[in-house]
Ligand binder design. Structure first.
Ligand SMILES: Cc1cc2nc3c(=O)[nH]c(=O)nc-3n(C[C@H](O)[C@H](O)[C@H](O)COP(=O)(O)OP(=O)(O)OC[C@H]3O[C@@H](n4cnc5c(N)ncnc54)[C@H](O)[C@@H]3O)c2cc1C
Length: 432
């Protein structure tokens, strides 16, 4: 067992009857957080991932610990805006039209949530998962080399002017009602705060209590290395099936035919959790919300903190020697290769925002946000089977909410009380 943070004994261990062995399928931020917390609670952990890091959303995201991200995509205005956005290459919403028929059942249910009542329900569900993210990451990484990747930072929303900020009042009112506070900078104050932002956009919203992971891929790698050093077994392979006896899950079978047994299994496989859980007879409506990043290596200027650029709906984050531009929502499933239009849009947007910016080379990436129809992550035990748990569906906020999710899931797996009611996250809500 590894040493818990601050060398304190792990909390609640007195309620742990035995030390179960647990398989964690998927080593993105949700999986690795689950694995580390399970170790802290005394479990023997086996982590299985088909291709550690690169392929995962947890590798290529914008790196923002977005504690204030409680506003779902499905707000009341979306239905009227989306059709126009789809027919423009200047808007960050794309659809592979050949995928539309396949997408329709999910899309119909997803769009049904574009109403105020559901938005309130979703934001209340997201709040306990995201609102203390910086501290959650600090706790997760405490005492590991991953600690160096967790940086307290501002998170900024850059608008053209106050009018464009006010046009987003719906989301800001929602945040205000949940108790979030921010600072508003206008005109010269924007460039005084960060000279890199001295352009046509002269209204800035500043959250000063957020955080940033300057290289999410290396961070996940450092956490994984730590888990392995602390005794976890790491298997590179794809889980294809489950070993089930008398409604009890006893282990998993990998694509190469290896059977791995354990007392309990956690599915933390991002968007791929949907297909995998079909093997258990579940029908989780999970879709890929494809997202893109473009990295400018050795750029001539770097903003001091991550910025959500409201006009282009993308985030630019300073990351070590590079500027990562991340965003875009594209529906097109898991198999289609990256398109060029989203990357071109990011490029055009940054040229318009920071005129004259230069860089040595650029890296491009496509990843898959795991998007459940109701925008609420799935966290918890599957009732129809013994010993199997799910943690997935974190949509745009998985990096932010991953450590908290991992701890909650680990507490549930080790039969401890959780400090929040997990009912709203139940993976069974789609089968009722
Ligand atoms: C462009 C973009 C920007 C984003 N920016 C942010 C941000 O700034 N802040 C934020 O909080 N969130 C952000 N997100 C969202 C966030 O990245 C995701 O919600 C989060 O990474 C999901 O984590 P995960 O662990 O659930 O899944 P993943 O990171 O996708 O990990 C799943 C893992 O499971 C493995 N796997 C899948 N199937 C199997 C199998 N059958 N057998 C074995 N292994 C398997 C995969 O290889 C993968 O490693 C962004 C996403 C994108 C795409």
């Amino acid at each position: 067992m590894i040493t818990p943070p601050n060398n304190q004994p792990p909390k609640h261990t007195n309620s742990l009857a035995t030390s179960p062995s647990v398989i964690v399928i998927g080593a993105g931020i949700v999986g690795i957080s689950t694995a580390i917390w399970l170790q802290r609670y005394g479990c023997q952990v086996t982590i299985i991932d088909k291709q550690v890091t690169q392929n995962a959303a947890s590798y290529g995201n914008a790196g923002v610990l977005a504690q204030s991200s409680v506003v779902p995509v499905t707000t009341p205005g979306l239905l009227s805006k989306a059709p126009k956005m789809l027919f423009s290459t200047k808007e960050p919403l794309f659809l592979r039209w050949s995928y539309l028929l396949k997408l329709m059942p999910w899309l119909r249910k997803y769009l049904a949530h574009c109403n105020h009542k559901d938005v309130l329900r979703i934001s209340k569900a997201l709040y306990p998962l995201v609102s203390n993210s910086l501290q959650n990451h600090q706790d997760l990484a405490n005492g590991t080399t991953a600690e160096n990747f967790v940086k307290p930072d501002d998170y900024l929303f850059l608008y053209q002017n106050r009018a464009s900020f006010e046009a987003d009042a719906y989301g800001w009112n929602l945040r205000e009602n949940l108790g979030y506070q921010w600072q508003e900078l206008e005109g010269k104050a924007v460039a005084e705060y960060d000279p890199a932002l001295s352009g046509d956009n002269n209204f800035l919203v500043r959250f000063n209590d957020h955080g940033r992971i300057p290289h999410p891929g290396k961070y996940i790698q450092a956490l994984t290395t730590h888990a392995v050093k602390a005794g976890a077994r790491l298997i590179t392979g794809m889980v294809d099936d489950f070993v089930i006896e008398n409604q009890h899950v006893k282990g998993v079978v990998t694509q190469s035919g290896e059977t791995v047994k354990a007392d309990k299994v956690a599915i933390t496989s991002g968007v791929w959790s949907g297909k995998l859980s079909q093997k258990l007879g579940l029908n989780i409506p999970l879709e890929s919300e494809r997202g893109y990043h473009l990295e400018l290596i050795n750029p001539s200027c770097l903003p001091r903190s991550p910025v959500m650029v409201a006009s282009g709906k993308f985030v630019m984050t300073p990351m070590e020697d590079r500027l990562r531009l991340a965003g875009i929502v594209e529906f097109g499933g898991l198999k289609a290769p990256a398109a060029s239009a989203p990357h071109n849009l990011l490029l055009n947007n940054i040229r318009a925002l920071l005129p004259g910016i230069t860089w040595d080379s650029a890296d491009k990436w496509l990843g898959h946000r795991p998007a459940p129809v109701d925008s609420i992550p799935l966290i918890g035990r599957i009732k129809s089977l013994q010993n199997i748990y799910i943690g997935c569906g974190h949509h745009h906020v998985g990096l932010t909410a991953g450590p908290r999710t991992g701890q909650l899931l680990a507490q549930q797996i080790t039969q401890q009380a959780t400090d929040i009611d997990l009912a709203v996250y139940s993976p069974d809500r789609f089968s009722d």
